[in-house]
Design a protein. Structure first.
Length: 444
């Protein structure tokens, strides 16, 4: 099957090019504006569209094993496809947690045969209790490459030291939920005047940054691989920047919701805005956006966390942490960046050179969804001749077709009232079309 994508702008993973792209079977054969249409089986019109590598989510909660009333692997994969994702890393804070080989293999088996590649993480410690390391040898030999106690930070410095030592020895990733449990306490919202007014226990930014500082200090003497999950503190961002300048083996992610939403949305008591780390102040949100625009963040990751109404339709303080975000990740992040671009910006222009702040912002966004996470996983996702044809066609000027996605079984979306910009039109994995005009066209 020879498919020619014509008239679009290709983001190769490194640069934008106004060109055509030819796919033969499952491979990219040619990226050249002079491709002959008469020699192909199908022509895909991509005018006023951007063609990019398919997205990679380093941080999502797929809830298997877990509770049957929340999203299942099939529904989440369908939502992920419509969001442009070809690879998802599933967190290990399941019920029970994935802290041993038998559970890791069972979880991985649940995703076999699905069109999206699911990389199953394992926990760092047994039971996610932060006391005893899992058996890294057995899990790594089976294929585990990401370890995270996400949902809980590793409180003991000696345990984190040993985890980084294991990371260095096996060359695997330790993904840390940076939160000092003693400073966070039973907090449910960002520390500030609003939490005080509402009488909510607060989680200060320093609860995150002190753990980031500790782990960076450990990383200076241990050549492990540390990944900072869902960064939401201005000081964490400063520490992360400096650690990268010093050449440490560190990477970091920011979520779409922390780029777009602020703690002021908590005022109405809607538990769909309850997330951990909490939504932060406007000034912190602006700093996080700048961290994407200047290339500090390697990754934009969803922290997608579905919950049933029984856990969300409660008073704010009692409701579960977490929100939906797979299908909406690109438009949410692009909307957040667009709001910080020069005033008067009304969309991305295809009638001029592919330069300027708008194209630069889109390049950083797409890099953080594609080549950034790919590099952390030790793979390449660039669109080059010979590469597997995993790609998305997106419209940066139109809004999503539906929010939230109808593929979700859960309903805890915070985006119903947001006017979002950006839309994934089609998705192709290994040269096979998975999504067409926002509709899943392959069996999940």
């Amino acid at each position: 099957m020879r498919t020619l994508f014509v008239g679009g702008v290709v983001f190769t993973g490194r640069e934008f090019r106004s060109t055509d792209l030819l796919v033969v079977d499952d491979r990219i054969v040619e990226i050249w504006a002079g491709s002959r249409r008469s020699d192909v089986d199908r022509v895909v019109d991509c005018r006023f569209r951007v063609i990019a590598p398919s997205f990679i989510d380093l941080h999502a909660h797929l809830r298997f094993p877990g509770v049957d009333e929340v999203d299942d692997p099939a529904s989440i994969v369908a939502a992920g496809l419509t969001g442009g994702f070809g690879v998802i890393v599933a967190m290990a804070n399941t019920v029970p947690p994935i802290d041993r080989l038998s559970r890791w293999e069972a979880a991985r088996a649940a995703y076999e045969g699905l069109p999206i590649e699911v990389i199953q993480a394992a926990t760092v410690t047994m039971g996610r209790e932060g006391q005893e390391l899992v058996d890294f040898t057995v899990l790594v030999e089976a294929g585990a490459q990401v370890f995270s106690d996400d949902g809980s930070g590793i409180q003991r410095s000696d345990v984190m030291r040993d985890a980084l030592l294991a990371s260095a020895f096996y060359d695997v990733l330790i993904a840390q939920h940076s939160e000092d449990a003693f400073l966070a306490g039973d907090g449910v919202a960002n520390e500030g005047p609003l939490a005080e007014t509402l009488g909510l226990h607060a989680i200060p930014e320093v609860a995150e940054s002190v753990m980031v500082a500790r782990d960076i200090e450990l990383l200076k003497v241990i050549p492990g691989r540390l990944h900072l999950q869902h960064v939401t503190s201005r000081e964490s961002l400063n520490l992360f920047r400096q650690a990268k300048r010093e050449g440490l083996r560190i990477s970091g992610e920011v979520t779409p919701h922390h780029l777009l939403l602020t703690d002021q949305l908590v005022a109405a008591g809607d538990s769909n805005f309850k997330v951990n780390p909490p939504l932060r102040s406007l000034s912190t949100q602006m700093a996080l956006v700048q961290g994407v625009l200047d290339g500090t963040f390697d990754v934009i990751a969803t922290d997608h966390a579905p919950h049933p109404p029984s856990r969300k339709d409660l008073p704010f303080a009692q409701a579960a942490f977490g929100l939906l975000g797979l299908a909406e990740a690109m438009p949410v992040a692009w909307t957040a960046l667009g709001r910080r671009l020069p005033s008067g910006w009304n969309g991305l222009s295809f009638d001029q050179e592919l330069s300027g702040p708008e194209w630069s912002a889109l390049g950083h966004l797409l890099g953080a969804l594609t080549t950034g996470p790919a590099a952390i996983l030790g793979r390449s996702s660039r669109l080059t001749p010979g590469a597997q044809a995993d790609l998305v066609v997106l419209d940066p000027n139109e809004g999503p077709r539906e929010v939230p996605s109808r593929w979700y079984r859960s309903s805890n979306s915070p985006y119903r009232q947001e006017k979002l910009v950006g839309r994934v039109d089609s998705v192709w994995l290994a040269g096979r079309q998975m999504v067409e005009e926002g509709e899943v066209v392959t069996r999940v």
